[in-house]
Each structure stands twice: as C-alpha cells, then as structure tokens.
Write a protein that binds this ligand. Structure first.
Ligand SMILES: [Fe+2]
Length: 225
C-alpha cells in the first residue's frame, strides 16, 4: 500500500488560505485522553459536523457501521485488532463537508457542474481537519483523502489507481457508494440493497477494487443492507 511522503504535493491545498466562505473552523481543544484515540477524535469531528449538517453525520454513521462489519467479515481477518480504527476512519470520511455550503449539501436536485466541482473539494478539507490531531490512526487521513479515488484512476482528488489507493479508502469507497445508492434523495428514490449491489458489481474494476467486490458479493458481506 502506498503511503504519502512528508513532502506531499497536495500540501499547498491544505495549508494555504481557504476559499472565501469556506473557512476551516478552529477545533475545540480536546482533552489529552480523548485526542489520544482515533474514536475520540472522530467523535469530536462528528460533533462539529452535526452542527453543520446532521444528514452527513447520519450517512457517516451508516458508512462506519457498514465498513466495520465488512472489515470484520473479510476472509483472513486483515483488519484484526484495528476494528476501532476502521470504524473511526469510515466515520470521518466526509468530515470535510463541514466546509461545503448548505445550499449545495442540501440541494433537492442534481448538482450543477460548478456545485459538483465545489463538493469535490471536501477531501482536501477533510484531510486538513484530520491532520490537526497528531495522535490519530493514519487510516483516518487515508479515508478522508482517498474515498473518491477510482480503481481505474479516474477518481479524485489525486487520481490514484489500483493498489496506490490505500486499502481503507477502497473499503470506504465501496460502502459509501452502497449507502448513497440506497439512500432516498428528494429527486430520486433509493435503490434496494440488492439493486445497489448489482451496481457495485458493475463498478468492479472501474470504480471499485475488483477483488474487494468479489469478496463482498461472494460472501454476501453487505447482505443486511
Ligand atoms: Fe465523500
């Protein structure tokens, strides 16, 4: 798995001035005991996000539950002992949406091209927020930064491909898409879990890690929706 080096080209995006109206809020100073755990930091960030968009928090809670359940059922138990990190990483994947305007987040219609471009900034904002806490698992940063990358390299923001995409980001990408497809939106009804899984299967090798899709489908890891 490729990890970022200390001299990352994208640092200019997370350390430079925020765009007008997109100010990154100063975090509340956490106690040492809370900040020391990834779950504690994830909870703090969700508390802040709740003030901005409860809908994003409820989505994030479902994604975290899906991710933890899939991770715990994967053959070979690759995430053994890191269940809390997986849950926390999935929980914060969309925390950067705290800086997205509500009229875009709550739009009861498909987004315009400009609005979609604005939403695509949320991984930048998310990784900036997570990096404020030194004690957290690197999985949190990987999930916030990488959950919109596509297996074929056509995702965003870094256009990583294949195994360049951290494993946690590949997992969160899949369960995030599953939850989004099942969710009712003002302009469309949500899919049933069975139909959403067919869409996941269609995205194997393009949007999603094909081996992860194969395991999820073969072992019915999202059977409970
Ligand atoms: Fe996202």
């Amino acid at each position: 798995m490729m990890r970022d080096t200390p001299h990352r080209p994208y640092s200019v995006f997370v350390s430079g001035p925020a765009a007008p109206g997109l100010t990154v809020p100063a975090p509340r100073p956490p106690s040492a005991s809370v900040a020391a755990t990834s779950l504690g930091v994830a909870s703090l960030l969700m508390e802040q996000l709740l003030d901005h968009s409860p809908a994003v928090v409820t989505h994030s809670l479902r994604v975290a539950r899906h991710a933890a359940r899939v991770a715990s059922r994967l053959p070979g138990d690759p995430w053994r002992g890191r269940e809390s990190e997986v849950y926390a990483a999935a929980l914060v994947h969309d925390v950067g949406k705290i800086n997205e305007p509500l009229d875009i987040l709550l739009a009861a219609r498909p987004l315009t091209a400009i609005e979609y471009a604005c939403i695509k900034d949320h991984p930048f904002h998310g990784v900036a927020l997570v990096r404020r806490y030194a004690a957290v698992s690197p999985l949190l940063e990987d999930a916030a930064w990488g959950h919109h990358e596509w297996w074929d390299g056509s995702g965003y923001p870094r256009r990583l491909a294949g195994a360049e995409i951290p494993a946690i980001a590949r997992l969160v990408s899949l369960v995030d898409a599953f939850d989004a497809m099942c969710e009712n939106r003002p302009y469309r009804a949500g899919m049933t879990p069975a139909v959403a899984l067919l869409e996941i299967e269609r995205g194997a090798g393009t949007q999603f890690d094909p081996s992860l899709v194969d395991i999820v489908l073969r072992h019915n890891l999202l059977r409970d929706g």
